[in-house]
Design a protein around this ligand. Structure first.
Ligand SMILES: NC(=O)c1ccc[n+]([C@@H]2O[C@H](COP(=O)([O-])OP(=O)(O)OC[C@H]3O[C@@H](n4cnc5c(N)ncnc54)[C@H](OP(=O)(O)O)[C@@H]3O)[C@@H](O)[C@H]2O)c1
Length: 290
């Protein structure tokens, strides 16, 4: 199964990919379309929708923070597909940086609205059609930070841990329906993620009176850095490969690890005592304390 091979017509799936204005979503959508799938994409802003249409993609407006937008996206999609939806790739999300003790209720709520609540609302609106078809793939773009915690990622960690929990439960509940739930676990991937995280940091974190002020100054440098900020960063095609498997394989996996750090931390989490794992996680994030 290679990224560039073409599908037989009877293998074509109708796919919805969320968050396609940039990064992983855009790359996966274009890659799936090239393979011959019937791909629908979402973005929040008019200019992004226009660009996606110029690229030949079928684009629908969606803001996960707004229930009305989610309902109208689903209605538009199902009208365009005559009710068919084989695959939902829940990709849209962002990272809210900041120490846990500096997270306001508003900041955490905003993070969960997008990464968890909106994502689940969209999923639950599409499950009935998948049940009726007797086939569906729900693919969640989680993260290595849905498996292990890092300092200053508490809000994002919480959203992805919660996504992991809901997805594991959902998979058990959907057993026997023909609907499979898979989790993609990327480590660092080239995208607009850091730029968008920096915007969320500036919006919600007040560093002036924080005991973490010095760390924030170092963090600002990292979030502002152009190019790969951390070692082992891969292009989004690395995620595309796993998504293709999760859609097309007759036996999709439950979890797909992407990048060396994900394989490493998933393994260390199983093997190491908690205290030793904490020591390792503090070591890898130490550049934020310098
Ligand atoms: N890049 C990484 O290193 C990495 C690692 C692990 C996991 N991931 C996961 O990969 C997924 C894609 O992220 P990415 O790296 O491709 O980052 P990205 O380039 O920032 O893309 C994120 C996408 O999500 C959309 N989005 C954000 N808030 C939204 C909302 N309220 N409603 C609808 N769409 C919204 C963004 O749209 P706007 O342009 O409108 O903001 C954008 O299209 C996320 O789930 C992320 O957690 C990324």
């Amino acid at each position: 199964m290679t990224v560039n091979s073409k599908l037989a017509a009877n293998q074509q799936k109708t796919v919805l990919v969320t968050g396609c204005s940039s990064g992983i979503g855009r790359c996966v959508a274009l890659g799936l379309q090239r393979r011959g799938h019937n791909v629908f994409v979402t973005a929040r802003h008019e200019t992004d929708l226009k660009n996606l249409k110029t690229d030949g993609l079928q684009a629908i407006q969606l803001n996960l923070n707004d229930s009305d937008s989610i309902h109208s996206c689903v209605a538009n999609l199902l009208t365009l597909t005559n009710g068919r939806i084989d695959v939902l790739f829940n990709n849209a999300a962002y990272g809210q940086p900041g120490a846990v003790e500096d997270l306001t209720r508003q900041a955490l709520r905003a993070q969960l609205e997008t990464n968890l609540l909106g994502t689940l609302e969209l999923t639950n609106l599409l499950i009935p059609n998948m049940r009726q078809q007797g086939f569906g793939r729900i693919i969640q773009n989680s993260s290595v930070l849905g498996l292990v915690a890092l300092p200053y990622r508490g809000a994002y960690n919480a959203s992805k841990y919660a996504l992991e929990g809901l997805s594991d439960t959902l998979r058990l509940e959907l057993k026997g329906t023909g609907i499979h739930v898979a989790l993609i676990e990327p480590g660092p991937i080239e995208s607009q993620f850091r730029a968008n995280a920096f915007a969320a940091y500036k919006k919600y974190i007040d560093k002036r009176h924080s005991p973490h002020r010095d760390t924030y100054l170092a963090m600002e440098k990292r979030l502002n850095k152009k190019g790969a900020a951390v070692p082992f960063t891969l292009p989004p095609t690395a995620v595309l490969r796993k998504v293709i498997h999760s859609i097309e394989s007759p036996r999709p996996k439950i979890r797909y690890y992407v990048t060396f750090p994900t394989y490493l931390f998933a393994t260390l989490k199983r093997l190491l005592p908690h205290t030793v794992l904490d020591w390792v996680l503090l070591r890898v994030s130490r550049n934020e304390h310098q």
